[in-house]
Design a protein around this ligand. Structure first.
Ligand code: ADP
Ligand code: MG
Length: 398
C-alpha cells in the first residue's frame, strides 16, 4: 500500500478544517435509519475538536439529480448533533458553493461544527470540476478525508479539493486502508477468503488478486453455481452466468497454479421459488433437478466451511452464502457469520449485503473490522489505488 499522511503528521490544531465524511445514510420521514457511517466518523471529529479545530463537514447523500428536498442533509445534521452532544450548524442551500453557503461558512465561530448541503446537488461534484473544488478549498485551511466509501471516486470533494489544500486521512479512512491493504500485503496465515453474493462478474478482479495471497478460497452464494456448472455439474434453475463459464474454469486453474485450496459447495438448499416457508430440499450441488434453484449452501457445505475456517488466522468475508433476506435461506449465512464471530482470527467483512447480514444478526461487535465501503473496499482489494487517497499529501503542510 502506498503511504499516506494521517492526523499524526498533520498540524490541524486551531485551524479551519474541511472534512469529507461519508454520511450517505438512509433517511426516512426526516430521520436517520442505520447511522453506522455517522458513528464511525466520530473518532475523527472528536479528535479534531479536541485539537481546537473549526470543522466544515461535507458529504453526498443518495443520488439526487439536483437540489432535492428528500436528499437534504438537515436530518443528518440533527442526528450528528445528538451523537456529538453539541450544536451542528446547517443551512439548507441550493447547493454547495452558493452565495448563501459562503456567507454561512464565513460566519462559523471558532470551534464550531458546520455541515454543508449535499455535495451532489451540484453537478460539478461528480465532474470533479476544479471550480467547485476551489470553492470548497476556500472554506478551510486544510482538508481531512475520512470518507472511505467515496474514496474510489474522483469527485470535487474527494480528489479535487485534496489537490488544493494540505490534506491527510482521517482515522476511519486510515484504519480501512491499513486493515484492507494489510490483507494483500502480509496477512497472518492461514488466510481464508470466503466469497458469496450474486455475480462472479462483479468480483473477478478481487478473486484474481486474492488468489495471489489467500491460502484457502471458499465460494458460496449464487456465484458458486457458475463454477459448479463450469465443472460440468447440473445446477437446475440456479443462477448461472452463462457467459462466465470459461472465466470460472480459468479461475479454478489459477487457484491450482497458485496452490490455493478452493472449496465449492457440495450441497445446496433448493426450492422452486424464493418465498418464505416454501417446500425445500437439499440436493448435491451438481445434481439439482430442473425447476429447482439453489438458494443457500446445504448442511454438508456449512460443516465443511466451518472446518475450513477453524484454523484460520485471518478471514476475509464478502458476499452472503444464500438468499439471507428470506428464511430458511438465511441459514448458511448465519452459520458462517457465527463461525466468524467465534473465531480467534483477525476477521474482516466487506460488502453492503454481508455487512447488513452481520448487523442483522447482532454479531458486529465480534468482528475485527467491518468495512464501511462496498465499492471502495472491492477496489482496494483488487489492488487499485483509490483516487481520493492518492491525492492526499499533494500540497505540503505549512
Ligand atoms: P455484497 O453486497 O455483500 O457484496 P452481493 O451484492 O454480491 O453481496 O450479493 C448479495 C445478494 O446475493 C443478496 O441479495 C442475496 O439474496 C443474493 N444471493 C446469495 N446467494 C444467492 C443464491 N443462491 N441465489 C440467488 N441470490 C443469492
Ligand atoms: Mg450488494
Amino acid at each position: 500500500m502506498d503511504s499516506f499522511p494521517t492526523l499524526d503528521d498533520a498540524p490541524v490544531d486551531g485551524r479551519r478544517i474541511l472534512v469529507r465524511v461519508d454520511f450517505n445514510v438512509p433517511v426516512k420521514n426526516g430521520g436517520v435509519g442505520d447511522d453506522t457511517r455517522i458513528r464511525k466518523s466520530l473518532p475523527t471529529l472528536r479528535e479534531l475538536l479536541q485539537r481546537d479545530a473549526t470543522l466544515v463537514l461535507c458529504s453526498h447523500l443518495g443520488r439526487p439529480k439536483g437540489p432535492q428536498d428528500d436528499a437534504r442533509m438537515g436530518p443528518v445534521a440533527a442526528h450528528l448533533a445528538t451523537l456529538l452532544e453539541r450544536e451542528v450548524r446547517y443551512l439548507a442551500t441550493p447547493g454547495p458553493g452558493s452565495s448563501e453557503q459562503r456567507a454561512f461558512v464565513a460566519e462559523a465561530p471558532r470551534g464550531s461544527v458546520t455541515l454543508l448541503e449535499n455535495t451532489r446537488f451540484d453537478p460539478r461534484e461528480k465532474a470533479n470540476d476544479p471550480e467547485l473544488a476551489s470553492i470548497l478549498a476556500g472554506y478551510a485551511d486544510a482538508f481531512v478525508n475520512d470518507a472511505f466509501g467515496a474514496a474510489h471516486r474522483a469527485h470535487a470533494s474527494t480528489e479535487g479539493v485534496a489537490r488544493l489544500l494540505p490534506s491527510c486521512a482521517g482515522r476511519l479512512l486510515e484504519r480501512e486502508l491499513r486493515v484492507l491493504g494489510g490483507l494483500l500485503e502480509a496477512p497472518e496465515r492461514p488466510f481464508v477468503v470466503l466469497l458469496g453474493g450474486v455475480k462472479v462478474s462483479d468480483k473477478i478482479d478481487v478473486i484474481r488478486r486474492l488468489l495471489e495471497v489467500a491460502d484457502r478460497l471458499l465460494i458460496g452464494g449464487a456465484m458458486a453455481f457458475t463454477f459448479v456448472k463450469a465443472r460440468g455439474g447440473r445446477v437446475g434453475d440456479s443462477l448461472v452466468e452463462e457467459d462466465r463459464l470459461e472465466l470460472a474454469r480459468e479461475l479454478m486453474s489459477e487457484a491450482q497454479e497458485q496452490n490455493v485450496e478452493l472449496l465449492l459447495p457440495t450441497d445446496a438448499l433448493c426450492a422452486r421459488e424464493i418465498a418464505p416457508d416454501v417446500p425445500t430440499a437439499v440436493h448435491p450441488v451438481d445434481s439439482i433437478p430442473d425447476g429447482e434453484r439453489g438458494l443457500d449452501i446445504g448442511p454438508a457445505t456449512v460443516a465443511a466451511f466451518e472446518a475450513a475456517l477453524e484454523d484460520a488466522a485471518t478471514v476475509l468475508w464478502n458476499g452472503p452464502m444464500g438468499v439471507f433476506e428470506v428464511p430458511p435461506f438465511d441459514t448458511g449465512t448465519r452459520k458462517v457469520a457465527e463461525a466468524l464471530a467465534a473465531s480467534g482470527a483477525m476477521t474482516v467483512i466487506g460488502g453492503g449485503d454481508s455487512v447488513a447480514a452481520i448487523n442483522g444478526l447482532g454479531l458486529a461487535d465480534e468482528i475485527g473490522h467491518i468495512s464501511t465501503g462496498g465499492g471502495a473496499s472491492l477496489e482496494l482489494l483488487e489492488g487499485k489505488t483509490l483516487p481520493g487517497v492518492a491525492a492526499l499529501g499533494s500540497v505540503a503542510w505549512a
